[in-house]
Design a protein around this ligand. Structure first.
Ligand code: PMP
Length: 443
């Protein structure tokens, strides 16, 4: 056990029930992080670990930004908390207008949450409530996608399509799932793969089965991150959007992971030239420094709520969180988006993306690597599963990489990369060199 971790008492180790963690494994050999600066974490033993996933895809502008820290401290001293229901503070309005300058044109009404999961469930509730407000309460079903990830609250868990995440909870919210687009014939594609656009047409069949009059929304990530960086086939999202439009079904883009630059464009919506009706955000909005999420909707959706609430003192949408638009999160958001703009980090991500693509695809042919996928500054190595032990190899790869000075994320049978936008080419080389040794050496 490392020196710093050893300072924790057994009671402290026992007390923290860690999220999405194999608690017993972790507590036997903790990987404790005690500091962060730029692209590096400091581990409890003082060693540096390159952050190959920008935390959890959220600290993409680099750790330890002083402007963000100072903005948070200033907010804490000035106004530590203000009730967001029927009262407000100016930073919420400032950040909403600021976010709306980043979101695709037309999506400029911003509802604040505290996480990606809350953004997903908020979006689902908005979609259902929208149709009810427009006089169609029966138009309330949501269609998601296999392998989709929309967080862990009830709505997002239901519409999400990662089967083990849904299992064991009994009845959640009903939802239908389109097939995922991870096809064998697309292996080792660079960027958007060639095959699979026609999978979008399955939406037509689902709509026929359910009836368009019962479908409120289709919810997808422009790029599925958590299930292993699944890149949409060329033309797929465009077809999905066209079908939604034809049947008057709302299209929700979950851009919690892709938002604010990850794909080398401000949003996936912008990259693909599609304007969804609802767009969810979180993660990079504060560069990960304070929990925050947001949902952007069109003027038409917003108006449905404003127009159909007769009492002037009644909330138009009976939804919100104690910490919606928290002053510290708003301050962090304003400072983070300043950094994004000032340092032109979306362009930086776009400029680095071709090099990232070339370098990670150089690992093709190494033992255990059965697919490599990438878009923008997101990438994944698909690792051949050990028979009967899914996920074991990527876990072992991550452990070995940690010893070699890299923090990497493993999920399912993938090793995922999402480097900070401030990464240098030499950093990409270093990540690939270490993984090129570690992956084939794993049993
Ligand atoms: N949606 C997507 C697309 C995500 O990638 C994530 C997080 N990985 C979430 C929702 C959930 O976000 P959070 O963990 O902040 O609740």
């Amino acid at each position: 056990m490392t020196a710093r971790a050893a300072q924790l008492t057994p009671a402290q180790m026992d007390a923290f029930w860690m999220p999405f963690t194999s608690n017993r494994e972790f507590k036997a050999a903790p990987r404790m992080i005690t500091g962060a600066d730029g692209c590096y974490y400091t581990a409890a033993d003082g060693s540096k670990k390159y952050d190959t996933l920008s935390g959890l895809w959220c600290a993409s502008f680099g750790h330890g930004r002083p402007e963000i820290a100072e903005a948070i401290a200033r907010a804490a001293r000035t106004l530590d908390y203000a009730p967001p229901f029927q009262y407000a503070h100016p930073l919420g309005f400032e950040l909403a207008e600021r976010v709306a300058r980043f979101t695709p044109k037309g999506l400029d009404r911003i509802f604040f949450t505290n996480s990606g999961s809350e953004s997903a469930d908020t979006a689902i509730k908005i979609a259902k409530a929208y149709w009810a407000r427009r006089g169609h309460p029966e138009k309330n079903q949501v269609i998601g996608r296999e392998k989709g990830y929309h967080g862990v609250n009830v709505g997002g868990t239901s519409v999400g399509g990662i089967a083990p995440n849904r299992a064991g909870f009994g009845e959640l919210m009903g939802a239908t799932h389109l097939p995922h687009t991870l096809l064998a014939e697309n292996r080792f594609s660079k960027g958007c793969p060639e095959h699979g656009a026609d999978l979008a047409d399955q939406l037509e069949a689902r709509i026929r089965d359910i009836g368009a009059e019962h479908v409120a929304a289709v919810m997808v990530e422009p790029m599925s991150g958590s299930a292993g960086v699944i890149i949409p086939p060329k033309g797929y999202l465009e077809r999905l959007a066209a079908i939604c439009k034809r049947h008057e079904i709302l299209l929700i883009f979950d851009e919690v992971l892709t938002g604010f630059g990850r794909l080398g464009a401000t949003f996936g919506a912008e990259l693909f030239g599609i304007t969804p009706d609802i767009l969810t955000m979180a993660k990079n909005i504060t560069n990960g420094a304070v929990p925050m999420g947001a949902v952007a909707v069109t003027e038409d959706i917003h108006a449905a709520f404003m127009d159909s609430t007769p009492l002037e003192y009644d909330a138009e949408f009976r939804h919100g969180y104690t910490y919606s638009a928290h002053p510290l999160a708003c301050a962090a958001g304003l400072a983070a988006l300043d950094v994004l703009e000032r340092d032109d980090l979306v362009s930086r991500a776009a400029d680095l993306a071709p090099y990232f693509e070339a370098q990670i695809h150089n690992l093709r042919g190494l033992k255990h690597i059965v697919d490599i996928r990438n878009l923008g500054l997101a990438g994944a190595f698909q690792i051949e599963a050990l028979p009967g032990e899914p996920g074991r190899r990527p876990w072992q790869i991550a452990l070995a990489a940690w010893e070699r000075g890299l923090y990497v994320r493993f999920g399912g049978d993938t090793v995922q990369l999402g480097p900070p936008f401030i990464a240098e080419k030499a950093d990409i080389d270093h990540i690939c060199e270490v993984l090129a040794e570690v992956i084939p050496a794993t049993p």
